[in-house]
Design a protein around this ligand. Sequence first.
Ligand code: GLN
Length: 278
Amino acid sequence: MQSITIEKALFQAYQHIDKIDARLLLEKVLQVDHAFLLTHPNQSLTSQQSEQFFHWVTQRLQGMPVAYLTGQREFYDSVFRVSHAVLIPRPETELLVDLALDLIPVDRVCKILDLGTGSGAIAISIAKHRPLSQVIAVDISLEAIEIASWNASNLQVSNVHFLLGKWFDELSQQKFDLIVTNPPYVAENDPYLQQGDLRFEPKIALSAGCDGMDCIAHIIQSAAKYLVNEGWLFIEHGYDQAEACQLLLEKASFNKICCYADLAGIIRVSGGQVDASS
Ligand code: GLN
């Protein structure tokens, strides 16, 4: 392959894929940042770099998510390794981290549980910003636990403990001040699963029963047993599941039931506090 400059490689890629995607792919191939691309338009790619870049551009054109090509995604203020075994962290999920950080004092030990941790993005972001907290992050997938553990050690976050298991099954008698979760919540037959990045993501992390509520319902029904008095549960859910979540929270005797909208104005997280008298 003939040598090609950064500017020309990007220009060619722009004919086929989104500009931001092309830039992220080239940054990863060259191991440089955006500023470098902007300031070195005439630098040539080696033939190996150019082959890798255009191979990724072709894969992207066929739908493969950028994060699976580069093996990474930014979330909150860190870069997380991802693979096909885990969901790609979404910007809207940062809301869950913000809510958790609002609740967790900086100067006190708090026990936090993250259910279905995937890449570990939520658990690790919380642990990083609240170094005194003790976070347990659970996932049913061994590959996910391996990726999440890698992310924690790469980001030098040591106050997260990863646990292989289904939801609460491996937790015995432990109680937490806060439970957070971004469980699978897309309905099994939702055509949305056949679109965009979701086609390449693990179904086990995305879909849950005919209305998408199976895991959410299980978590809400079981959570109180694992919360201290006045402990909180926050759940991320689909754009049309806020009401159903809130009903389940009421039925499970949660108090102070609340919901929060993401940056797009969609109610994305519902939660409640366990009834101190129950
Ligand atoms: N928020 C994801 C999406 O709608 C779904 C993730 C999930 O089911 N937890 O693309």
